[in-house]
Design a protein around this ligand. Structure first.
Ligand SMILES: [Zn+2]
Length: 387
């Protein structure tokens, strides 16, 4: 069971502790992981005594090592695509890779998702050969046998082989947030686009989760019911996050800059800007010569000049010359990120070498609000039509 989410709640972090760093990724274990160790101890200890209990605990540690390898495989492929992986969190239900920037292209998401289950299949094949070498019999039913067979090296190898096959198959179920759901979504988005693909994949995931949940309840398998609940919630969350990400990513900075902004000439005097300040809401003014941007004068610059200068100075003397440049085609969220990192409130938007206008953080926030509102209305309209 290796569900993944991009964001886990603070609760998970609060009760987790770091056990080491691999490839610059923090590996953390949640305190409730102790439950799994206890489960292993009870399951093997009851029929086989204290030695069985120790065996059960070690088996669970090995199982979680396999989960770590699975998560590391995701993380390393994601890192190869330029994503930042902060940490891998081990929960009783499996591993969670927390990525700063998840893969954007469907082909990348496909590979990042597939490599997890493939790693478990690889481990299973490796264990198969090891078991063969040691002369043990491959009996996959052994993993589910109650009471479990007596502790031995061969028992452990066969059990882990079965567990890895299970991990691979379980994760390939096409339901968010399992790897199979991501594979399904990535394949769909190549055909119908990310937004529609997420809706279809999340819907399918929730249907599968309901099916699994009902099976769990009617067969008295509470763990299955719990996992189904987790998948159901994960699918909903994934859909909400994807919607927000699509809005941010589908817009370019060229959609957000102020096209009707008043501009200044370098020979304009500050007294002229005061008129502008009094008659418009514009906080920043571009100083242009022909179609060339020379600098930016902000409301704050003007007020400072008014307070300190005695003469009516030219705007060229108080303007900020090194203005951050942004190409009109760049995604809005990317530019916003860069502006926040560089602590720039205003950026100059260019198409090729042509200056188009200024964009401020407020402009970007406004655009996101407007587009988010429009999208919600569109969805409501569609829902009303469908109903
Ligand atoms: Zn996975």
């Amino acid at each position: 069971m290796v569900p993944e989410g991009r964001r886990t709640k603070g609760f998970f972090m609060k009760w987790s502790f770091s056990i080491g760093r691999v490839f610059d990724i923090d590996i953390r274990v949640h305190a409730s992981f102790g439950l799994i160790l206890a489960l292993g101890a009870v399951q093997w200890g009851v029929p086989h005594g204290p030695r069985g209990a120790l065996f059960g605990v070690l088996l669970m540690v090995c199982l979680f090592a396999c989960v770590v390898v699975h998560e590391l495989a995701h993380s390393l492929v994601a890192q190869a695509f330029g994503c930042t992986v902060r940490e891998i969190l081990l929960l009783p239900i499996g591993g969670v890779s927390r990525m700063e920037k998840p893969p954007q292209k469907p082909q990348q998401e496909l590979l990042v998702a597939l490599v997890g289950p493939l790693t478990n299949l690889g481990l299973a094949v490796g264990l198969y050969f090891v078991v063969g070498k040691t002369g043990g019999a491959i009996d996959l039913e052994q993993i589910a046998r109650m009471p479990p067979t007596a502790p031995s090296m061969s028992t452990a190898l066969v059990w882990l082989l079965g567990a890895n096959v299970f991990l691979a198959l379980f994760n390939l179920i096409p339901a968010f947030p399992l790897d199979g759901g991501r594979v399904f979504r990535a394949l769909l988005s190549m055909a119908v686009g990310a937004r529609r693909a997420t809706q279809i994949a999340a819907g399918t995931g929730q249907m599968i989760a309901i099916g699994l949940g009902l099976t769990g309840v009617f067969t008295g398998n509470l763990i299955l019911a719990l996992v189904a609940f987790f998948i159901f919630m994960g699918a909903g969350q994934e859909q909400a996050e994807e919607a927000a990400r699509t809005v941010l990513h589908s817009l370019a900075v060229g959609d957000a800059y102020n096209k009707y902004a008043l501009t200044l000439a370098p020979g304009d005097q500050v007294s002229r800007v005061i008129d502008y300040l009094l008659t418009s809401y514009e906080p920043d003014f571009a100083v242009v010569q022909g179609s060339r941007l020379l600098g930016v004068v902000t409301r704050a610059d003007v007020l400072k000049a008014l307070a300190s200068e005695i003469e009516d100075v030219y705007v060229a003397t108080i303007m900020k010359r090194d203005v951050m440049k942004a190409d009109a085609a760049r995604p809005l969220d990317e530019v916003r990120q860069e502006m926040m990192e560089k602590q720039e409130r205003v950026a100059a938007v260019y198409r090729d070498e042509t200056y188009l206008g200024l964009v401020s953080l407020e402009d970007i926030a406004e655009t996101l609000l407007v587009v988010g509102f429009r999208n919600r209305q569109e969805e409501r309209r569609k829902a009303a039509m469908a109903g």
